[in-house]
Ligand binder design. Structure first.
Ligand SMILES: [Zn+2]
Length: 374
């Protein structure tokens, strides 16, 4: 949601959902006619070598429907260096649209490219680690993976192809990461927007609560039985519903400390192999600790007690050691805290002041069990 400039705050522009979503087992095949209706000469963007064979298959399928596909890969994360290079290739090959097939970084880059070039965009998530396939938002990083800023886009993708058969091929680790990222919707939206008087925002926050409850119930079953009913509900929750909440709630249903901690952690090279949602899950624990210790919020302590064992069972990092930062210097950890506490950081949507020193304590103590108070 983009607030308009009329100053009263009563008008807002929403980018709620992709124009069309095709989901379920076999969605990719089903989507072929819609895709060939959008463009003739698309750029197919990917990155990971582990999905290369899959993307070659997608490319063959598209060529078989009469499209001329130009394949290109990101070399880094979604960064200006890659975007400039790929934009030049896009023009040189006279492409007329973008298909982004991969994880969040690839999809963010594809959406941003299509937005800048004003061409159609199709997103094909190859894991359920993210709701990037749904949203009108891209995160920009430096070439070496440090978070720089997020960028609102003019609209959501023209088509989201959410094919459960493709998602089944992704490593279990990506699903656990998506679960943590989707859980953060509730912990962050309830803080940033829980007291909003706007009905649509209130409904988005309640949707985040229902999403959390479903993930608390289904997540472990989903990981145990890929392709089962719980798995299908969980991938839809992470890849689709989390996006609906972002679309409805928009800028007023903001991220808070969990994502600010993520953004801080990306500043360290040692953390670059840790997935987005893995950092965010750790960030939720840190946020709850801050709410408990600095905000005196006993519900936050209870949430921390509930969440910590689940994140552990899902194999998600819950402490600095798990994040590969067991031997990080004080200076490096201070860098994380300074970045997370910088002016304009979403961390300041917490209803109390957080200093870098207080954040450091919460980072170090993220996995300590909360005492049950009488
Ligand atoms: Zn996220």
């Amino acid at each position: 949601m983009i607030p308009t400039a009329n100053g009263s705050g009563s008008v807002s522009v929403h980018c709620i959902a992709p124009a069309q979503v095709i989901r379920g087992s076999g969605a990719w095949n089903e989507a072929q006619s819609q895709i060939s209706g959008l463009f003739r000469n698309p750029l197919l963007l990917g990155r990971s070598s582990s999905t290369e064979a899959l993307r070659s298959r997608l490319c063959r399928d598209l060529n078989a429907t009469g499209l001329t596909v130009y394949q290109q890969n990101l070399e880094h994360d979604c960064c200006e260096l890659d975007l400039q290079r790929i934009q030049n290739d896009f023009s040189r090959h006279s492409c007329d649209g973008v298909i982004a097939a991969g994880g969040g970084k690839v999809i963010d880059a594809g959406k941003l490219l299509a937005d800048r070039l004003e061409v159609a965009c199709v997103t094909v998530p190859l894991s359920a680690a993210t709701c990037a396939g749904w949203t009108a938002l891209s995160n920009l990083y430096s070439p070496d993976g440090a978070f720089e800023r997020d960028q609102s886009l003019r609209r959501c993708p023209d088509l989201l192809v959410f094919d459960h058969q493709l998602l089944l091929k992704a490593p279990a680790r990506t699903l656990a990461s998506g679960i943590a990222d989707a859980l953060a919707k509730w912990y962050e939206a309830s803080v940033s927007s829980g007291s909003s008087q706007d009905g649509v925002i209130q409904q988005a926050v309640q949707m985040a609560r229902v999403l959390r409850d479903q993930l608390l119930i289904d997540s472990l079953d989903a990981i145990r039985e890929p392709g089962g009913e719980a798995w299908r509900r969980v991938v839809d929750a992470c890849g689709l519903t989390a996006g609906v909440i972002g679309g409805l709630g928009g800028a007023r249903c903001r991220t808070v400390a969990a994502h600010a901690v993520h953004n801080g952690l990306t500043q360290l090279e040692a953390c670059h192999a840790v997935l987005h949602g893995e950092k965010v899950g750790f960030g939720i624990l840190v946020q709850l600790r801050l709410e408990e210790r600095l905000g005196g919020n006993r519900l936050a302590a209870q949430s921390h007690r509930q969440l910590l064992p689940l994140l552990r069972e899902l194999g998600l990092p819950v402490c600095l050691d798990d994040l590969g930062l067991g031997h990080a210097s004080l200076n490096q950890l201070q860098q994380v805290c300074q970045f997370a506490c910088r002016d304009g950081s979403d961390l300041h949507h917490l209803p109390f002041e957080v200093t870098p020193g207080a954040l450091m304590e919460a980072l170090v103590g993220a996995a300590e069990s909360s005492p049950v108070l009488p």
